[in-house]
Design a protein around this ligand. Sequence first.
Ligand SMILES: CC(C)(COP(=O)(O)OP(=O)(O)OC[C@H]1O[C@@H](n2cnc3c(N)ncnc32)[C@H](O)[C@@H]1OP(=O)(O)O)[C@@H](O)C(=O)NCCC(=O)NCCS
Length: 115
Amino acid sequence: MIEMSQEWYDNRHEYAKNWNEKTGGKVVGFILGDASGGEYGVPNTVGWIDTIGVHPGYQKKGIARALLMEMVDNLKKVGVDTIYTFVNWRDWGLLQFFRAMGFQRGDMINLELKI
Ligand SMILES: CC(C)(COP(=O)(O)OP(=O)(O)OC[C@H]1O[C@@H](n2cnc3c(N)ncnc32)[C@H](O)[C@@H]1OP(=O)(O)O)[C@@H](O)C(=O)NCCC(=O)NCCS
């Protein structure tokens, strides 16, 4: 279990206050991800972003950025040093978002077989 300091709680309190100001206390976005368990020959220092989304009425306010930064902080704490995600190449908005967050094309390639 990770020990959280008073500073961590104070920062989170401030963060929640800012968040409330931006959203009126509503849930307007989500992010799901995890740290790899070393599957598929991928080292366990790898994390994944499975999905991220912000309600259309609340986009372009820095909410996805805040969600991603929180996820990055949490993944770092469990030893992750590289994060992967899959994006549909036609989803220009999402690609632009990840690019703005510093993501680049990685070494993995996506293979599929229709059955
Ligand atoms: C992509 C998405 C998550 C961005 O959410 P957001 O809260 O609007 O993003 P932010 O305001 O935090 O943007 C952070 C940066 O990303 C970039 N960005 C975000 N959306 C962008 C877009 N559509 N086009 C270009 N750049 C974009 C901007 O550079 C922005 O930085 P800036 O505010 O300094 O200009 C949101 O548009 C969304 O939910 N899209 C649908 C995603 C989806 O289909 N998810 C399910 C499958 S994973």
